[in-house]
Design a protein around this ligand. Structure first.
Ligand SMILES: [Zn+2]
Length: 499
């Protein structure tokens, strides 16, 4: 997530927003979830999973005695999110959308899943929306809503290790949410020009059922049917466009594992602008027609940024890149391979920040939301590297000193445990960035490049925690850096910058 921090402004924004939106799940969203009720279907005695051996079927215990894991991922900040009992391999989302109203007229989510425990029920994250039918291995199953969960009862338990397909048909209007600690409306955002999705951190569950925690990454096919002249843009590569009467269907494929919060859908009257490939990576921007006629220079530099960042982080981790410009969004989100950027947010710094997230955040995703500085501190550090690249070291050092002064010397929330409402606070971004700036000063450029490249490669397309990064850095540096990181990330005081 790219945010612009003016001098001294960010802490007060964070404080006000924290009071206004006290928890990870807003009261309004929770009310919607609770009111949605049970909507289901079908013969609950019908079994079951096609892949399941019949011998196992006949011996599984009764539903009430089946071992189940708690249906969450155990995140310290969003304890209700996710499901540690499921590993989603692929999402196939197909939506028919009216962009004028934001209504999903019809949608089907098909999840290819492996049970990591014996499952008496299958729990997915879903807030609001009307579920019209759910099927497991093609057979309709009973469903109910339990707060922010969609619960499906397969009739008899699904054994651990079973690979199966869950299909959910649904419709309705997704409820937007607020990014914790901010005043930014996110989720499924309907504008005068169409709509867009900002999923971080927990907005994916407002528009499709899933395992909505970054620890469970999956490949995606996202298909959207929209009326002409609208275009639908999503993650990865546009595989096909078909037109039937007045409607067109756009099918996008993301073939690298992706956290749910990075899935996006943008619907608008957009024009593709092809850029020169960089480092072998094709780059396409999707812009409103006035911008397509005269594209901002900041967007045109993304290829140069990819090539520059490869010198610090190693190979770009995906097979495409691009931006989609939307109205009514003051910041940007690094949706995987397709950054969603507000028209007013198109600056070189923001573009660079979101490109850097493709390595840190998207390929290497946080193990839990407590590890958010591994996204934001790293992308902000990349901004310093870019300043040095285009303007020289003295400008980078001046910017680092300015940020250091701006942070103040004491009473810092821990960068490595900022709390749910502090996740997008200035310390996560800039004390996190200065931690890496100071590490580079301590160890030198060659060692710093090795650390960043090794970390990016070891955890590529997976997840990492703060402890994982400290291990890699200590290993490459050949010294125990635990105390260094504790001082920078955990102490309430700000260490000095070396001259
Ligand atoms: Zn960011």
């Amino acid at each position: 997530m790219g945010r612009r921090y003016q001098d001294g402004a960010a802490p007060s924004i964070t404080t006000i927003a924290a009071m206004r939106h006290p928890g990870p799940l807003s009261a309004a969203a929770l009310a919607v979830a609770l009111l949605a009720g049970c909507t289901a279907t079908a013969d609950s005695t019908t079994t079951l999973v096609a892949e399941r051996p019949t011998t196992t079927t006949s011996t599984v215990p009764a539903l009430t005695t089946s071992p189940t894991l708690p249906a969450t991922a155990g995140d310290p900040y969003f304890p209700e999110l996710g499901n540690a009992g499921l590993d989603v391999e692929h999402y196939h989302l197909a939506l028919t959308v009216d962009p004028d109203t934001g209504v999903i007229d019809a949608a089907t989510a098909q999840l290819t899943v492996t049970a990591l425990a014996t499952l008496a029920e299958v729990h997915l994250d879903l807030i609001g929306l009307e579920v019209t039918e759910a099927r497991i291995a093609g057979k309709p199953v009973a469903t109910r809503r339990d707060g922010p969960k969609l619960v499906m009862a397969p009739g008899s338990p699904i054994p651990e290790g079973t690979r199966f397909v869950v299909t959910v048909d649904y419709r309705g209007t997704p409820e937007p949410f607020f990014i914790p600690g901010t005043d930014f409306r996110a989720g499924w955002v309907v504008t005068a020009e169409g709509l867009h999705v900002i999923g971080e951190p927990d907005g994916a569950r407002t528009w499709f059922p899933g395992n909505d925690h970054p620890s469970d990454k999956a490949t995606f096919t996202i298909s959207a049917t929209v009326p002409e002249p609208f275009i639908a843009v999503s993650n990865g590569v546009l595989r096909s466009t078909t037109t039937d009467g007045s409607h067109s269907t756009f099918v996008w494929e993301m073939n690298s594992p992706m956290a749910t919060y990075l899935a996006t859908l943008v619907i608008g009257e957009l024009v593709p602008v092809e850029r020169a490939p960089a480092a072998g990576v094709p780059i396409t921007d999707w812009l409103p027609s006035d911008l397509a006629a005269s594209p901002p220079n900041a967007l045109a530099r993304a290829g140069e940024m990819i090539e520059f960042l490869e010198t610090w982080f190693g190979p770009y981790p995906f097979s495409s890149y691009g931006h989609v410009v939307v109205p009514d969004f003051a910041i940007a989100l690094e949706a995987q391979t397709m950054t969603v950027i507000g028209r007013r947010a198109v600056t070189e710094r923001t573009v660079l920040h979101e490109v850097a997230h493709q390595w840190f955040g998207n390929s290497v995703s946080p193990a839990t939301w407590r590890d958010i500085w591994l996204n934001e501190g790293f992308a902000s550090f990349a901004e310093l590297l870019w300043i040095e690249h285009v303007s020289g070291a003295e400008f980078m050092n001046a910017e680092a000193r300015r940020r250091h002064e701006q942070l103040g010397s004491s009473n810092h929330p821990p960068v490595d445990d900022p709390g749910a409402t502090g996740m997008f606070g200035v310390h996560v971004y800039w004390k996190g960035a200065l931690t890496l700036y100071a590490l580079r000063a301590e160890l030198g450029d060659d060692t710093m490049r090795q650390i960043l490249t090794e970390y990016a490669q070891r955890f590529a397309h997976g997840n990492a925690s703060t402890a994982d990064f400290v291990v890699v850095a200590s290993e490459i540096a050949g010294i125990d850096l635990g105390e260094f990181f504790r001082r920078w990330l955990s102490d309430p005081d700000l260490p000095p910058l070396e001259d």
